[in-house]
Design a protein around this ligand. Structure first.
Ligand SMILES: [Zn+2]
Length: 187
C-alpha cells in the first residue's frame, strides 16, 4: 500500500513538473510576442504582437504594420502568416502540415478578419492574451471559429491563456497606445 502511495505521489509530482514546464514555455512564447507588440508601440502602431510555434520553436513573428505599409490589413497575424509561408518554402515543408501542428501566440484576441484568415490557412490552434471587445473574432464580437459560410474550413481552437499578468500586460500596452490615439483605430 505504501509503495502504491509513493508511486502515485511520484506520478503526481511528474505531472505537476510537466505542467510547470508547459507554463514556462508558454510564458516564454508570450514574452516573445510582447517584444513584437512593444516594437509596434515604438513605431506608433497598435501594439499587438504574435509568434508561431512549431515543434517547440518560434518559426514566424508578426506585429501590426498598418501605418508603416499604409495597408489596413497588415495586422500582426497576417504578417506572421506571410513569414510562415516563407519559412515553409525555404524549408520545403507543406504549409498544411506545419499549420496543423503549430500554435499561434498572440497578445490580443484576433479580430474577425484575422480569425478567419487563420482558419483559411489551417493555423487553428490559437492562444491569446486579452480579449478584443471591439473587433474580436473568437467570441468577443463575433465567433468565426466555425461555420460562417464555409463548413470545409477547420474549426478555430482559440482560447485565452491562463497565465498570470499576460492579459493585464496586453491590455496595458493597448491602453498606453490609445491614451493619445483615435479610439476608433482598429487593432
Ligand atoms: Zn486582425
Amino acid at each position: 500500500m505504501v509503495k502504491i502511495v509513493k508511486v502515485v505521489n511520484t506520478i503526481l509530482e511528474m505531472i505537476v513538473m510537466a505542467a510547470g514546464g508547459i507554463d514556462d514555455a508558454c510564458d516564454s512564447f508570450f514574452q516573445d510576442a510582447f517584444r513584437m507588440a512593444e516594437f509596434a508601440l515604438k513605431k506608433k502602431e497598435v501594439p499587438v504582437g504574435c509568434v508561431v510555434v512549431y515543434e517547440e520553436r518560434v518559426i514566424a513573428r508578426g506585429c501590426n504594420e498598418v501605418n508603416l505599409t499604409k495597408n489596413a490589413t497588415r495586422h500582426a497575424e497576417l504578417v506572421a502568416i506571410d513569414h510562415l509561408i516563407e519559412y515553409c518554402k525555404k524549408n520545403s515543408l507543406p504549409m498544411e502540415k506545419v499549420c496543423c501542428s503549430a500554435t499561434i501566440y498572440v497578445t490580443v484576441e484576433p479580430c474577425i478578419m484575422c480569425a478567419f484568415a487563420l482558419r483559411t490557412v489551417g493555423l487553428v490552434d490559437v492562444l491569446y492574451g486579452c480579449s478584443n471587445d471591439r473587433f474580436g473574432g473568437c467570441g468577443s464580437v463575433l465567433d468565426v471559429s466555425r461555420g460562417c459560410g464555409d463548413s470545409k474550413l477547420p474549426e478555430l481552437k482559440a482560447r485565452s491563456v491562463k497565465l498570470a499578468n499576460v492579459a493585464e500586460k496586453a491590455m496595458g500596452l493597448l491602453q498606453e497606445f490609445y491614451k493619445g490615439a483615435n479610439p476608433n483605430t482598429q487593432f
